[in-house]
Design a protein around this ligand. Structure first.
Ligand code: ADP
Ligand code: MG
Length: 443
């Protein structure tokens, strides 16, 4: 059973991507595969989500492994049983028993410091908040909750906080770790019956900085433990900093009491950087690479890479290495050439595939998107699909209008503008788009 599920899960990991995998597939336990497939899931909410989004992928993968058709049924576990399931799974996964260690700062990226962070209107609030925290951990806002889309600098900022606290006070006990690491340490402690030690260790630290807290989603046991750790640290006036890809109300699968703790802190969001900031980031990164980038080359980079700073950085690295390989100077032409493969992805994405991906993502049918039905449930995904048809598939307005049930092309123009503006104002919308764009690029 374990082997069967491991092989199904690894196919799903490829198919659905790491994020979906960690949030939705990893918590599942296969409890039976004779006749139907019985999947044990942590909650009713979890089950509904799987049914809406992933059940077909799971069934498909299982059918390929088993070589016969199967139906899928769910069983919901109580919290205690979930603990056991998690620890059994963990035991199966790790080769050697690991010792429970004290939470450590972990490996901090040496480049992620305040002085390498370019500040602009999109991230100024988050930056200032981070500076305040490191000047006086526990003395001001607590907890601090940073949220924003992928690749916008959250991990950079929290690492900078940890560096800076340690720079000011070398003996400070700072635990800066990913939520995944926190969960693994917890599972390991449960397995070795060392929960007291785990609690003791976490409660002795001066600052707890947890990255990507959305991965707690659906992990009820971890949430419960985290809740107690959180309260203990908070009551003792210790600093807590959390990040997530969305603001607390938008994170699904997080217990209400925990969510309200998050909401009780200072929320600071990071938006996609403005044009000017993007240009400044290009120059700052180029500087560190020891290369010079002309304004024209910077312009090409800013125009042709996606919203995230990570993509911008990737595009810069790409043109710099191409120039080095060829032994030529960086010109706008070279930059255009180096970034051309990104465009071929754009051209290869069709309006149909966008309609399919978007409807799947929102649990709708393609016919819902092309219908004339209204209501936010359908009209928002429809606008998203229109927006992507324009920006990714680069189809013309009249053509999009025609492919979305023979609408008027001004409707499409309105939809594109509306999503564009939501995207810059609302990181949750940006986040959804970044996810779908990644899926289109790498189906
Ligand atoms: P997130 O954690 O939000 O997904 P990261 O912190 O990993 O994003 O940032 C992605 C990359 O972009 C990192 O290499 C980071 O150094 C860089 N980056 C993001 N924002 C900035 C910024 N304002 N200035 C300089 N580099 C940035
Ligand atoms: Mg990150």
């Amino acid at each position: 059973m374990v082997a069967l599920w491991t092989s199904i899960a690894s196919e799903l990991r490829e198919r659905l991507g790491e994020r979906n995998f960690l949030a939705w597939i990893e918590p599942i336990e296969l409890i039976s595969a004779d006749g139907e497939l019985v999947l044990q899931v942590p909650s009713a909410f979890f089950q509904t989500w799987i049914e809406r989004h992933f059940v077909e992928d799971i069934r498909g993968a299982a059918e390929r492994k088993l070589g016969r058709s199967v139906s899928v049924r769910f069983a919901i576990v109580q919290i205690r049983a979930a603990d056991r399931a998690a620890s059994v799974k963990d035991a199966a996964r790790s080769e050697a028993p690991r010792r429970v260690r004290a939470p450590q700062t972990g490996k901090l990226n040496p480049n992620y410091k305040f002085d390498t962070f370019v500040v602009g209107p999109s991230n100024e609030m988050a930056f200032r908040t981070a500076c305040n925290v490191s000047e006086d951990p526990g003395g001001g806002f607590n907890p601090v909750f940073l949220h924003g889309g992928v690749g916008l600098g959250k991990t950079h900022l929290i690492s900078a906080i940890a560096h800076d606290i340690l720079r000011r006070r070398a003996r400070a006990r700072v635990a800066c770790l990913s939520t995944e690491t926190f969960m693994n340490q917890l599972i390991s402690a449960l397995r070795h019956d060392r929960m007291n030690e785990f609690r003791e260790r976490f409660r002795r630290i001066d600052a707890l900085i947890l990255d990507d807290i959305q991965f707690l989603s659906g992990k009820e046991r971890t949430q419960e433990e985290f809740f107690h750790t959180f309260n203990a640290l908070h009551a003792a006036g210790k600093q807590i900093v959390l990040t997530a890809d969305q603001p607390p109300p938008a994170i699904v699968g997080i217990e209400k009491r925990l969510r309200s703790r998050f909401e009780g802190g200072l929320l600071a969001d990071i938006h996609p950087p403005t044009r000017e900031t993007r240009v400044a980031i290009v120059h700052a990164k180029a500087n560190r690479l020891g290369v010079e980038v002309s304004p024209e080359v910077a312009e090409v980079l800013v125009q042709r890479s996606g919203v995230s700073v990570r993509e911008l950085e990737g595009a810069l690295n790409r043109i710099v290495s191409l120039a080095q390989v060829r032994g030529v100077t960086l010109t706008p032409e070279l930059a255009n050439e180096a970034l051309a493969p990104l465009d071929s992805y754009r051209a290869s994405v069709s309006v149909e595939s966008i309609q399919e991906t978007v409807s799947h993502r929102f649990g709708l049918q393609v016919s819902d998107l092309t219908s004339h039905r209204r209501g936010r449930q359908i009209s928002f995904p429809r606008q998203i699909a229109m927006y992507l048809s324009r920006t990714v598939a680069q189809a013309s307005y009249p053509r999009i209008a025609q492919q979305f049930g023979n609408r008027d092309h001004t409707t499409v123009m309105y939809a594109v503008r509306s999503i564009e503006s939501k995207r810059t104002k609302d990181t949750a919308v940006d986040q959804v788009l970044v996810g779908i764009e990644a899926e289109l690029r790498d189906p």
